[in-house]
Design a protein. Sequence first.
Length: 209
Amino acid sequence: MSFDTDPRTRGYHHGNLREAMLQAALRLIAERGPAGFTFAEVARMVGVSGAAPYRHFRDRSALMEEVARQGFTIFANELNAAWDGGTPNPLAATLRTGRAYLAFARREPAFYAAMFGANGAEASPGDLEGERAFAVIRRAADRVTATALGARKPPALMVALHIWSLAHGIASLYIGDPTGTRRKLPMAPEDLLEAGLLIYLQSLGVPTS
């Protein structure tokens, strides 16, 4: 989901104020970060009175929560498509899902910032749409840990949380910043993530060759 139509130039038609506000919020997040604007600024951007937004959102937090919810919906769908049922094998599919994680953060930095940014939305992987996204990573962890050698298999939930943390850390440090001020890497973030996942999974006894 992109936001290439500027609500400042198109205004809104009756019944579309809610969507116009969401698009304006995404644009402001992209320009200033999730905490860099007020509810009143969103109203001014779409050309309505300060009272009009309250017909659709109780306050700024509710607006940000909806931005984050929409972001998590897209995110979960893309992770699921990348997992693709674990084909052609769980390891390859897990690595592909990790790349999809970073691709979303790169392509949708405003959504990503709203989903995870400090002082933005209060959404988290504990929310419904976030749980859908995490469920994809949990399925990947279930399948890939089942291939680990040895009698004792690593706990899949722990592995899923580690995969999520590694992907999220790389995305947050090097990609998912709407203002473009993150430090640069001497390698592609995807290469860093793949190397980290392979080393981690190999340490758990998962065959990686």
